[in-house]
Design a protein around this ligand. Sequence first.
Ligand code: SF4
Length: 319
Amino acid sequence: MKKELSEIQKKIIELKKKRKALILAHNYQIMEIQEIADFVGDSLQLARKSADVKGYDMIIFSGVNFMAEMAAVLSNGIPVYIPDNRALCPLAAYVSAEKIREMKKKYPGVPVVVYVNTTAEAKSEADYICTSGSAVEVVELIGADRVLFGPDAHLAEFVRAHTDVEIIDIEPRGHCYVHRQFDAAQIILLKEEYPDAIAIAHPECSKEVQEVSDMVGSTGMMVKTVAESDYKTFIIATELGLVQQLQAQHPDKRIIPAYDGAVCQQMKKQTLEKILYVLENLPEENLIKVPEEYANHLKLILDRMSKVKGQGPARAVKH
Ligand code: SF4
């Protein structure tokens, strides 16, 4: 049975039609936002979607700041608003443009690959950009003996395990505090409790968590796997918003969070009230502006990444 929408959800839907606004929401958004969004996906899917928007006058991007920056660069001039402009990803904060410049001095000529979870300013110092689903493919495509990589040290570790290229951490402490909360022992226990389940971990999880999981991949890959696989029970090690989305979309399947406290406080800064406020007032401070020099460089490195598929499992099913 379809869930009845709340009053505020109905108001947003009405106003977004009037404003010709498209709402893009990340997989980690609260369910109430996902329910009124025009498109829900991972950071790469949302970036690709914003490059392909036609017939809308504005985009509301419900996610964290670096994602909205990518949307603003790719949206062909359509203004992009973020409901709460304080939603900054703590992982992205580990690597600044200055830090990359320092590392480039230390390792002259070594290509720099940054994870999408970086600011537009930090990306302006990079040669390549990758997502969790495309990191191995991007590193191999470069064809160099070694690369500088950051900010996520766990994703770096994953790439290291799947390629012969030497991976030099730009910042070895870089990690996502949400994905670091998953524990290998907890996943082992859940697998004992649900022997028919398949465990899928995000590459931002620790090496130990990745090792005890059956698959490792991006949220986009998790969505695809749950939809297409014959398995009926899944243990999911990523932010709770995606677990809730998967359960809502697949009531016939059992989606178990590997840890139900894995909630990203930054993602959860976005609320229905803030989306409604932006639609009503179009506040200047919520409009995403990326300086031209960063925007041009970002387009260039995103274009380099467009050659890779960046989809599918980062590691196939073990059994
Ligand atoms: S889940 Fe982690 S990587 Fe994603 S926005 Fe939150 S802190 Fe950043």
